[in-house]
Structure formats: structure tokens, C-alpha cells
Write a protein that binds this ligand. Structure first.
Ligand code: TPP
Length: 761
């Protein structure tokens, strides 16, 4: 297996250097530990690794050499890990089907889709391990996900990447939480060209981590081991025994593997001879784990040198045969499509010369990717000028573009019957004269009923457990449902959300709290790189339906105003972004999201918790649909589009405008992503012909997004009788204090005056 893996690494390198593929990174020098690890892995376990690690897949027979090469060649039809969307080395196994049903997670080893940003996998791994803990202690949880919490989350990380903050944050949390997570640090002495001495204190991550180690007489630490990555007996002695301990005790562990090598260098982006000394390179040759393994096998009589030579030859043959299959399969498919296209070309036509020129160009293509065929056809269409492309070629072009779009872009959000976007509105039921309650009490009632009905629901974050969140939405709920369901965490946004991500991948439904919107940026790497892309980058075979609950808008001060949403809109395509104007709307959105299978962020209005609202009689069932704006005040003179805390301001402004004879309609977009799926806003604009967009994001932020959606996507420009205005916060961050707020954010009078400008234009 080791030899097959090494040959595969060599092929990956060669295929990149000879132009068959664009980028290669692989396992050379890091095979042996994975074979030892394979012995300790059980069905139901999870992996959160980095951009290497095909040896383990081969050892566990989860994937074939052809599968791995299909990813290298970006073969969208055959790459089982990422449908041609990720570079080689980013593995994944399916754990949800295309109807949105969970597969049996206990049937095999589960690989959570790997990402390139180094160390990011740590936070997800923490969550996968944490889910085991919940399955061991929880009651009434769904089956098919866990065998009493016995599953280990195996995380792997390169030595240089341990310098990232999230590595430390996660290991600290793993110690605090006591979760079954084994982190292997794969130490080859370098992070591309930078040696470990320049990366890690004392040049050793196991030494640097020593304070986390559980010493005799202590509880609450983690196990730390140090082994040479070429030492097969030590590796096989360590992994299985460590795994049984971690399964039983749920105590996390780190395995620091040193003296690993990179026979082919870090990746295909450069050669390591440039930065490694001659001595180091000579040492690497000798201490290559497979060379050492060979010495050991011969010395212990496990095999003769000639047997091993024979194995080497067989491995080479096997990999070369697989390479041929993977390449031929792709090439034959591409050539078949090319031939089908060429067969549609005319043999006689007034423009035959032009057609023939393109036919020849297409026939000359060495590797006729669909994008190249499409591009040639678009150029042909351009060159034909006034003459339309023949109908059969037009049809081909339309179908091919559709296919490419689907191959590359499907599954950004759920496309299953469980998609929350499919859920229609179910209006709240209230009666005349029903008393109102402070909004935080409405949330308490809401979450209490939800937690009673669904044992898989969890809520956690900073100050969520004991005091029930800083705004009391969960007050008293920990007492009622216990610390296991509603609990506090450390101040560590990235890994808090990672905890939720891993749980949600294993059938649990976490509502994880970021205390204030301003601090979500500490979790942004995970949200943007991992959560937002998970479903898309696995072609819909993995999902993480978690909800991030946070609060923002309308408080004061640089770091408590919660205004900036554009960075989220820009970076979180793949996550729903809900901006309820009050807590009733928030509850309706939670209802929709909890019935669905997508991740979402809900930003509650910070200064809304003490306002009074009526509790709907169908509080836990009514649904606010995603992507449907609501018109809160009809009007004929202009349309004011806004969301969140600004809704209240705009409604007040509309009253003042009415007193001066201007009839403004006010529309709450409700969810920024998805945005107005039925294009209702353009329809409103067609009646008022004037548009003002109000929010408290920076100029050119969310208001620019809304403008682009209405004017460009919905073609609202056709209905305009005047200039469109966006009223936003100031360029600087919102200062603290009344004057700062007045100068920094749109006020009622700003909306009134901006409306006059729009109407009088
Ligand atoms: C967050 C982040 N920063 C930088 C990079 C670019 N990069 C890719 S691999 C690498 C070195 C990683 O070294 P190490 O963690 O030791 O793992 P190795 O590749 O040596 O196994 C760097 C800097 C990245 N992928 N992610």
C-alpha cells in the first residue's frame, strides 16, 4: 500500500510537470503513519485533515488510485470527492444523499471535506469530536449517527500550520471539553521553505504544547505523544492503544510525528532543493519513511529484499494502469463530445469557410475541454456576424453552457426537498387585544417550546448557559433543559462555530451564538472557507445545517454597533443571511431554518429585546419565508427599501413624510441572502418609480448590493423616474455616544430629507 501511495505521489508530480494537471500536492514521505493509523480507525470515525492524506484512503479501501487521479485531472464526472471543484488531496466521503437524507454514518469511515487554508480543519474536527460527546450523554437523539459516542475525530495538520491561532484555540477547547479527538502533527521540518525553528517555540510543537499535557494527578488535560514518523513499530504500537483510550475516556490527544520528509518537495509549485541544504537532502533520502520501513522489514525478516523489489514493481504497474484508465476515461469522454459537436457542423453553407475554420480549430484541440469547445463556438457565433449560428449548433451551445454551469455551480445551497427556501410562508396567528410581552420573553417562550420538542437542538456560546445570553433570550433555559443542552463556552468564536459545524454534520441541530455581530469576524475564516463552501465543494454530498444566532445594528461604539454586513454578503454565499426587524420575525425565521437543511446566520436587532411584541399563538410553527420581502407600509410616491433596525426608523420617517404630503412605502427585505426571489421589489418600483435604500452599513456596502439586485438583477432601472439614493452610515466606524450615533448612522430626519431629494429629483 505504501508503495502504491508513493507511486501515486510520483505520478501526481509528473502529470503536473508535464502539463496534464495544474497543481499537485501529495503524500510522499508521509505514508507510514497513515498505514498505522488505518489500523486504529473504526467505522463511524471521522477525519478532518489537510490537503494530503490519500494513503489512508487507499489503506482503508475508501478510494482507488483512479479516484484520486480523477480529482487531479479535474474530472467533474469522476472525481468522487469534489466533482472536479477542488485540487487533488482534498478528500471527502458522502454523508448526505441528494434528497437531503442522512446516510448511515456508522457504516464506514467519514471524511469531512478537506480545505486548503491550513489549520482551518482544526475547528471542524473539534465539532466532529464534540458530537461524540453529545451522543454519549444525550437522550432521545436520532440513530444512525453514533454508537454511544465511541467515534474519534482524527485531525491532521502540518507542523508549520500549528503556528495558526486556531490550532491553539482548538486544542485548548479540546482540553476543556474533553472530546475524543486525536490530532496528528505531521512534522517534516518545514512549512514550504521556512524551517520549524522559525515557526515554533523551541522548534518543537510537542514541547510548546507541554502545558496542555495531563500530568499524573491532574484531570482535564490532553495526552501528548512524540514519535518518529519513520518508526513503524512505534507507530503501530501507539495508534491502536491511543485510539482505544480516547474512545473510552473522551480525552483528546496530540501525536507529534517528527523526522518526516518530502522526497518530491512540498508541492509542484517549487523545488525544495532551493532551500534545503545538501546535508538535509541527504538525510531525507536516508530517513524517508519507506526506506526505513524497508530496512526494518528486511532486518526483522518480515520480507526479503527481492520480495520488496517485486512489490515495488507491482505497485508501479498498478498505478500506471490506473493512470491510463483515469486519463483515457476522461479523454475519451471529451473526444466523444468533440466528435458529436463536429458532426453537427454543416458540409455546405454560405458561411462554410468560417464554419470549416472553427471545425479545424476544434479538431486540433488536444484535450477538448467543454469550456474550450464552448469558447470556440462563441467566437464562431461572433464571426458569423449577422448570420445566425445554425440551429443545431445553437442548441448544442445552449445545452453545453447549461451543463458547464451545473457541473461547476450546483449545490451552493441545498437543492434537496428539505431546502428551507422551498418552505412557504405560514403567517403568525394573533388575536385582537392579545397582551404584549418584552421581546426577550417572547424568545424565551419560543426557545423553551422548541427545546421541549426537539432533543437534537443545542444552544451554546459565550454567556448563553448560566445567564441565558446577554439579552436574556435563553434565561432560565439551562435550569430547565440542563447544561448538556444549553451551555457556556470560552471566548473563541472560530472554534465555537467549528463546534457547531461538526455537530451539524453529524445529525445534531446547534444554535450557536456569536455574542455581537462585530465579533463574527473572528469566525469568518471558518464561515467563508468551510461552512459556506461545504455543500458546493462536495457536490451536495456533505451538509452542515447549523444556525449562527447573533445580534447587531443600532448600538453604539466602534465594536458594538453591529453594522457591517457587506463583508458577510460578499464572503458567505452558501449561507442564508437573515436580518429580522423584531423577535417575532426572528422566531418565524428560526422555524423555517430548523425545518431546512442549510446553514444560516440570524442577526437579531440589538436594541429590540426590551420592546414589546405580541406572541403568536402558533409561535413554534409559523414561518417567515426566506427571500420574500414584506411591505410594511404601502405608498405611492417612493419605495423605501431597508432591513433590520432601520425598519423602525423608516416607518417613523414615513409618518413624518405623510404629514407633508409624501406617501412613502416601506419594505423590509427580511433576508439579504436569499434576496427577494420573486423580484417583488421591482414590481413595487414599477408603481412608485422612485427608490431610496436605507441601511447602517458603510457607504457602498449592503445598500450597493441591494441596489444591484433591484436595478440590475430585477431590471428595476426601467421603472425609474429619478435618481436612486442610498442612505447609509458614515465612512468611519460608528462612534460611541449620542453625537457619535447621530453623525454616524442614518436617523429619522436623514430618511425624511433623503426621501424629499428622491421625490423632488
Ligand atoms: C492559511 C494559509 N496560509 C498560507 C497557505 C499557503 N501554504 C500552503 S501549504 C503551506 C505550508 C504548510 O506547511 P505545513 O503545515 O508544515 O504542512 P506541509 O505542507 O509541510 O505538510 C503554506 C504556507 C495556506 N494554504 N493557508
Amino acid at each position: 500500500m505504501c508503495r502504491v501511495s508513493r507511486e501515486l505521489s510520483n505520478v501526481i508530480r509528473r502529470d503536473v510537470l508535464t502539463g496534464r494537471a495544474k497543481f499537485g500536492v501529495s503524500d510522499d514521505g508521509k505514508e507510514l503513519y497513515q498505514v498505522a493509523m488505518a489500523r486504529a480507525i473504526k467505522n463511524g470515525d471521522w477525519r478532518a485533515d489537510y490537503y494530503r492524506g490519500h494513503t489512508l484512503l487507499l489503506a482503508l479501501e475508501i478510494a482507488s488510485v483512479e479516484d484520486i487521479l480523477a480529482q487531479l485531472y479535474a474530472d467533474a464526472k469522476e472525481d468522487p470527492f469534489s466533482v472536479g471543484r477542488s485540487m487533488v488531496g482534498h478528500h471527502a466521503t458522502p454523508f448526505v444523499d441528494h434528497d437531503g437524507n442522512w446516510l448511515d454514518h456508522l457504516a464506514g469511515f467519514n471524511i469531512s471535506s478537506a480545505t486548503s487554508p491550513t489549520a482551518g480543519q482544526m475547528a471542524r474536527g473539534l465539532g466532529l469530536a464534540f458530537a461524540s460527546k453529545k451522543y454519549r450523554s444525550g437522550e432521545g437523539l436520532p440513530s444512525g449517527f453514533s454508537d454511544n459516542g465511541n467515534e474519534i475525530a482524527w485531525t491532521e495538520i502540518g507542523d508549520a500550520s500549528t503556528s495558526e491561532g486556531v490550532f491553539w484555540e482548538t486544542l485548548n477547547a479540546a482540553g476543556v471539553l474533553q472530546v475524543p479527538m486525536i490530532t496528528t502533527v505531521v512534522d517534516d521540518g518545514f512549512g514550504i521553505s521556512v524551517p520549524v525553528e522559525k515557526q515554533t517555540t523551541k522548534g518543537s510543537i510537542s514541547k510548546a504544547l507541554a502545558g496542555l499535557k495531563e500530568e499524573k494527578g491532574e484531570t482535564g488535560g490532553i495526552e501528548i505523544h512524540h514519535v518518529h514518523g519513520w518508526d513503524y513499530p512505534a507507530l503501530t504500537a501507539l495508534y491502536p492503544s491511543l485510539a482505544s483510550r480516547v474512545r473510552a475516556t473522551h480525552r483528546a490527544a496530540v501525536v507529534h510525528l517528527t523526522q518526516l520528509t518530502q522526497p518530491n518537495g512540498h508541492s509542484t509549485s517549487g523545488s525544495h532543493e532551493r532551500y534545503k541544504s545538501k546535508e538535509r537532502l541527504a538525510w531525507e533520502k536516508e530517513f524517508d519513511c519507506l526506506v526505513q520501513f524497508r530496512h526494518w522489514m528486511i532486518a526483522t525478516g518480515v520480507a526479503e529484499a527481492s520480495d520488496l523489489d517485486e512489490i515495488d514493481k507491482r505497485a508501479k504497474k498498478e498505478v500506471m494502469a490506473a493512470r491510463k484508465n483515469a486519463w483515457d476515461r476522461l479523454n475519451n469522454r471529451l473526444k466523444k463530445r468533440r466528435n458529436e459537436l463536429v458532426a453537427l457542423f454543416p458540409t455546405s453553407d454560405p458561411s462554410i469557410e468560417i464554419y470549416n475554420k472553427y471545425k479545424e480549430a476544434i479538431n486540433r484541440l488536444d484535450m477538448p475541454n467543454i469550456s474550450e469547445l464552448i469558447d470556440e463556438m462563441r467566437r464562431l457565433r461572433l464571426q458569423l456576424g449577422q448570420t445566425p449560428l445554425l440551429p443545431q449548433l445553437q442548441e448544442w451551445l445552449r445545452d453545453a453552457r447549461r451543463e458547464l454551469k451545473t457541473d461547476m455551480g450546483s449545490h451552493l445551497l441545498s437543492e434537496t426537498p428539505k431546502s428551507p427556501v422551498r418552505l412557504p410562508a405560514l403567517p403568525p396567528k394573533t388575536e385582537e387585544g392579545q397582551p404584549t410581552v418584552p421581546a426577550y420573553e417572547l424568545l424565551q417562550k419560543y426557545f423553551t417550546a422548541k427545546f421541549e420538542n426537539n432533543p437534537a437542538l443545542y444552544a451554546f456560546g459565550e454567556d448563553v448557559g448560566h445567564i441565558g445570553d446577554v439579552n436574556q433570550g435563553f434565561a432560565g433555559l439551562q435550569l430547565k433543559f440542563g447544561e448538556d443542552r444549553i451551555f457556556d463556552t470560552g471566548i473563541r468564536e472560530w472554534s465555537i462555530v467549528g463546534q457547531a459545524m461538526g455537530m451539524s454534520m453529524r445529525g445534531l441541530r446547534p444554535i450557536v451564538e456569536i455574542q455581537y455581530l462585530d465579533y463574527i469576524f473572528y469566525a469568518l475564516p471558518l464561515l467563508t472557507d468551510d461552512i459556506a463552501t461545504l455543500r458546493w465543494r462536495t457536490g451536495g454530498t456533505q451538509a452542515c445545517p447549523l444556525i449562527v444566532r447573533t445580534r447587531g445594528h443600532r448600538l453604539e461604539g466602534i465594536w458594538h454597533s453591529g453594522s457591517y454586513l457587506a463583508p458577510l454578503i460578499n464572503s458567505l454565499r452558501g449561507i442564508h443571511l437573515c436580518v429580522p426587524r423584531n423577535m417575532t420575525q426572528a422566531a418565524g425565521m428560526y422555524n423555517t431554518l430548523l425545518q431546512g437543511d442549510d446553514p444560516a446566520i440570524v442577526i437579531e436587532v440589538l436594541n429590540g429585546y426590551r420592546l414589546h411584541e405580541t406572541v403568536p399563538q402558533n409561535l413554534t410553527d409559523f414561518r417567515v419565508p426566506l427571500g420574500v420581502p414584506e411591505c410594511l407600509r404601502p405608498g405611492t410616491d417612493l419605495t423605501i427599501v431597508t432591513y433590520g433596525a432601520c425598519v423602525k426608523i423608516c416607518l417613523e420617517a414615513a409618518e413624518l413624510l405623510a404629514s407633508r404630503g409624501i406617501d412613502a412605502e416601506v419594505i423590509d427585505v427580511q433576508t439579504l441572502m436569499p434576496f427577494d426571489l420573486e423580484h417583488r421589489l421591482a414590481d413595487h418600483l414599477s408603481r412608485t418609480n422612485r427608490l431610496l435604500i436605507v441601511d447602517e452599513d458603510a457607504p457602498g456596502g449592503t445598500s450597493a448590493f441591494i441596489r444591484q439586485q433591484i436595478l440590475e438583477v430585477q431590471e428595476g432601472y426601467q421603472h425609474l423616474d429619478g435618481a436612486v439614493k442610498t442612505l447609509t452610515a458614515a465612512m468611519h466606524r460608528p462612534p460611541y455616544g449620542d453625537d457619535g450615533d447621530y453623525a454616524g448612522k442614518p436617523q429619522v430626519m436623514d430618511v425624511v430629507e433623503a426621501s424629499f431629494e428622491v421625490v423632488e429629483f
